[in-house]
Design a protein around this ligand. Structure first.
Ligand code: LLP
Length: 433
């Protein structure tokens, strides 16, 4: 037995051994050395824990098993093909919003019968896909879209199952950019319009309007907005029944939040699921959920080297090798990801402003992190970046997208090569059209 194997097993995900951060027991410093050997110019990379992804998926599935809910992972949170293939194998479905996500879902091995199609601006090509591929269901955003989908389905004599996205006028707390259920939001049909469409549902055959879809917001730590959404859905169902329309499927979207501040107080999933199951016991309904963040956010860190440590008067400014182009959430939503040293140097923690190298004042990860002494070359991590991290990255400032690696079965795997400076010129042309 190797020395490593004799040591106490660490929990899945990110934990410290002898003070040093490990991913599924694999030291992050060792991962960094391997990344640097493969790509000498990489100053940062995304690092995933396969074990933690599997653990979270199983926990989510177990919580909602009493409801027999269909769980469709929202690909927008992270469409890394390696990750998608793992999720497909673990038996979750896919929530897709574009031709790109449709292709990625198919290539990753998600069964079409488990794909849920979303989006408030579906293109002709996306509607075609929905008609051709017989996905689990299509969440339709307007009466106009319903007509267009029905026309295409008729042309091809294809049955398509639909849930109408209803705007429930529920205001979710949190950043306004991720609240989607308020009456002012651009999404969905007002309830009256949805009821009217349901009453006329026979006209849309071979499209089957089977139910409704609600997604009130993202990053919710408090279950109340989701409970309000459930109340709304059940009341809506009763109103539809009074008008002779049956609701067989309710899709409550995603929105389950993680604890970016401390990593401990995430959305109370099991408790919420238990109360929900009790509430709807005996009702003949099919449930769908579209979690993104909850499943994968805590299962990755962004590892970045310290490039510079400079003093600005009394302030310590730490410039790292990742910027707002690599992780946009702090600049876009004022989100704060915990920042930690991989192998802390001895010495008292002191304030540090942790910033990236992008030429924008918004390129600040934390204006007042508390960190031990730091020198160039030291490694920091930003926690909980598995969702809406690399998925929202760009190559702004000519900074190619970062490499991504994963610990799986005790080994480190490269799961996405970085974008090189040469890649940035790809696709450029200068020809008459
Ligand atoms: N279903 C629909 C229709 C959605 O619009 C979304 C997310 C989800 C499911 C998944 O939501 P989740 O479980 O991940 O909360 N970029 C933002 C989050 C935007 C969420 C957009 N829609 C962020 O970084 O916080």
């Amino acid at each position: 037995m190797s020395a490593d194997a004799r040591r106490v097993a660490l929990p899945a995900g990110f934990a410290r051994r002898d003070g040093e951060l490990c991913c599924d027991g694999f030291p992050v410093t060792r991962a960094e050395a391997r990344v640097r050997a493969a790509w000498p110019d990489a100053e940062a990379f995304y690092l995933y824990s396969a074990a933690q992804i599997a653990e979270r998926v199983r926990r989510f599935q177990a919580a909602f098993a009493p409801l027999a809910a269909h769980v469709a992972f929202a690909l927008k949170a992270n469409a890394l093909p390696w990750l998608l293939a793992r999720l497909a194998r673990l038996g979750v479905g896919a929530d897709v919003v574009s031709r790109g996500e449709m292709l990625l879902a198919e290539q990753a091995g998600f069964p079409l019968s488990g794909c849920v199609v979303n989006g408030n601006g579906k293109t002709r090509a996306e509607l075609e896909w929905a008609v051709e591929k017989a996905p689990h269901s299509v969440n339709v955003d307007s009466a106009e879209e319903l007509e267009a989908l029905a026309a295409r389905a008729r042309d091809r004599a294809a049955a398509v199952r639909v849930a109408l996205r209803v705007n429930p006028a529920i205001v979710a707390p949190g950043h306004p950019y991720v609240a989607t259920g308020s009456a002012e939001a651009k999404f969905g049909l007002p309830p009256e319009a949805a009821l009217a469409a349901l009453e006329r549902s026979a006209e849309f055959a071979p499209v089957r309007v089977d139910g409704i879809h609600l997604h009130v917001g993202s990053q919710m730590l408090d279950p109340r907005p989701l409970e309000q959404a459930l109340d709304f859905a059940l009341r809506f169902r009763a109103r539809a029944q009074e008008r002779g329309a049956a609701i067989r499927l309710i899709n409550l979207g995603g929105g389950f939040g993680v604890d970016y501040a401390r990593g401990r107080d995430e959305f109370p999933l099991e408790d919420y699921a238990r109360r929900w199951a009790q509430r709807v016991a005996g009702m003949e309904l099919e449930w769908v959920l579209e979690p993104g963040r909850w499943l994968v956010a805590p299962a990755a860190v962004l590892v970045a080297r310290v490039l510079w440590v400079k003093r600005q008067g009394a302030r310590r400014v730490v410039v790292i090798g990742a910027g707002m182009n690599d992780l946009l959430r702090p600049a876009l939503y004022a989100a704060r990801h915990r920042i930690e040293c991989v192998a802390p140097r001895p010495g008292p923690p002191e304030p540090a402003m942790v910033v990236g190298p992008v030429c924008e004042s918004a390129d600040v990860f934390d204006a007042e992190a508390l960190l031990p002494p730091l020198l160039p070359g030291d490694l920091l991590v930003l926690r909980d970046v598995g969702a809406y991290g690399s998925a929202m990255a760009s190559n702004y400032n000519g900074r190619g997208r970062l490499p991504e690696v994963a610990v799986e079965g005790g080994a480190l795997r490269a799961v996405r090569a970085p974008e090189s400076p040469q890649d940035l010129a790809r696709g450029a042309c200068d020809r008459e059209l």
